[in-house]
Design a protein around this ligand. Structure first.
Ligand code: SAM
Length: 321
């Protein structure tokens, strides 16, 4: 089966089941979030007998089970040295359910569709969980952990241009999560370096890195001075990349509404996939993962259930080539 630069039109669970073991180097993806959008996909029959679209399950427990069933298959197809990066957002329980989270709550400037019949009837989210952040990303990560994944990082994708939110009784949520999972303790990872802050360089130039007393930022004086020298002579160009990433959302002019910014996934692909390796996206949408993989000289394999989005991805890739 030729898996290189292929887009499979089908549902992830059943499509992944047809793939061989241990062929993928890196998984980068963003699944449908729970109770947020209707992607108009064909209904999928799940192993528990429920028929419907991922993300529109009547409760989040069932959504997490379905999602992790998919990731069990992802794990099987991943090499032992592989890495897996999942962008997933949260939802507030309450009368507008997930839509309130992105500021689409019914109101004067609402863009809420009139017909909400596709949304899960989350009885308990109006009661016990009313106004409560449902902590879905963490419920997902914990279930992944209990199914054998190693959680290496929780990355905060901070959005400087986040959508304004109208509520006045809590803070505006301006970030999402990107979870970094691996299959085994030894895996491919190319360290990513971010430049030192100007203040760090200035401190080194001043020849004094000390805070008060004999405190050398947790290092011995000797080691601290060695590092300081390396910064000054240009041998050390920066520090290990931090886990809060400040990246603007970038609009894509196609008709897909849940596109992630190419910049967000450049980092995982560079860090978690060797050149020439295979990047899998089991929820391909408009093809951002494939586009970035090609740009970075990696191969890709995508799965998308909605044929219109698959077509959109193919066209986007053709135009980017
Ligand atoms: C959050 S979007 C992904 C967007 C993508 N990262 C991009 O930048 O365009 C999720 C995608 O998963 C697709 N999808 C939903 N259920 C699916 C399933 N069971 N199998 C495969 N794809 C599915 C949706 O049609 C949607 O395009």
């Amino acid at each position: 089966m030729d898996l290189i630069n292929k887009l499979i039109v089908g549902d992830s669970l059943n499509s992944l089941r047809k793939l061989p073991d241990g062929v993928v180097d890196c998984v980068v993806t963003s699944p449908p979030y729970w109770a947020l959008r209707n992607y108009d996909t064909n209904p999928v029959k799940w192993p528990d007998g429920w028929v419907g679209e991922l993300g529109l399950e009547p409760n989040f427990e069932q959504y997490i089970t379905h999602l992790c069933d998919i990731f069990d298959e992802v794990k099987r197809t991943l090499k032992d040295t592989g890495t897996c990066w999942v962008n997933i957002g949260d939802t507030y329980g309450g009368s507008c359910m997930g839509l309130s989270y992105v500021g689409h709550c019914k109101g004067k400037n609402s863009i809420l569709p009139d017909d909400l019949s596709y949304m899960p009837k989350v009885a308990h989210s109006r009661g016990k969980y009313n106004k409560c952040l449902l902590m879905i990303p963490f419920r997902f990560a914990l279930e992944m952990q209990s199914r054998g994944w190693i959680v290496r990082n929780v990355i905060i994708w901070q959005k400087p241009n986040c959508t304004p939110q109208s509520m006045k009784d809590r803070f505006t949520v301006d970030f999402e999560y990107l979870f970094f999972f691996v299959k085994s303790p030894k895996y491919y990872f190319e360290q990513q370096i971010e430049p030192f802050k100007e203040s760090t360089i200035k401190r080194c130039q001043g020849g004094c890195g000390r805070n008060k007393g004999e405190h050398y930022q947790g290092l011995s004086k000797e080691n601290y001075e060695k590092i300081q020298q390396k910064v000054l002579n240009g041998e050390l160009k920066g520090k290990n990349k931090r886990a809060v990433w400040n990246i603007s959302t970038s609009p894509f002019r196609g008709a897909h509404f849940a596109v992630y910014p190419p910049k967000l996934i450049e980092i995982p692909i560079k860090a978690g996939c060797p050149e020439g390796g295979l990047v899998l996206d089991p929820f391909m949408g408009s093809g951002t993962t494939a586009m970035v993989a090609e740009k970075l000289n990696r191969n890709w394999l995508g799965i998308e259930l909605n044929p219109e989005y698959a077509q959109m991805a193919e066209e986007r890739l053709k135009n980017a080539a």
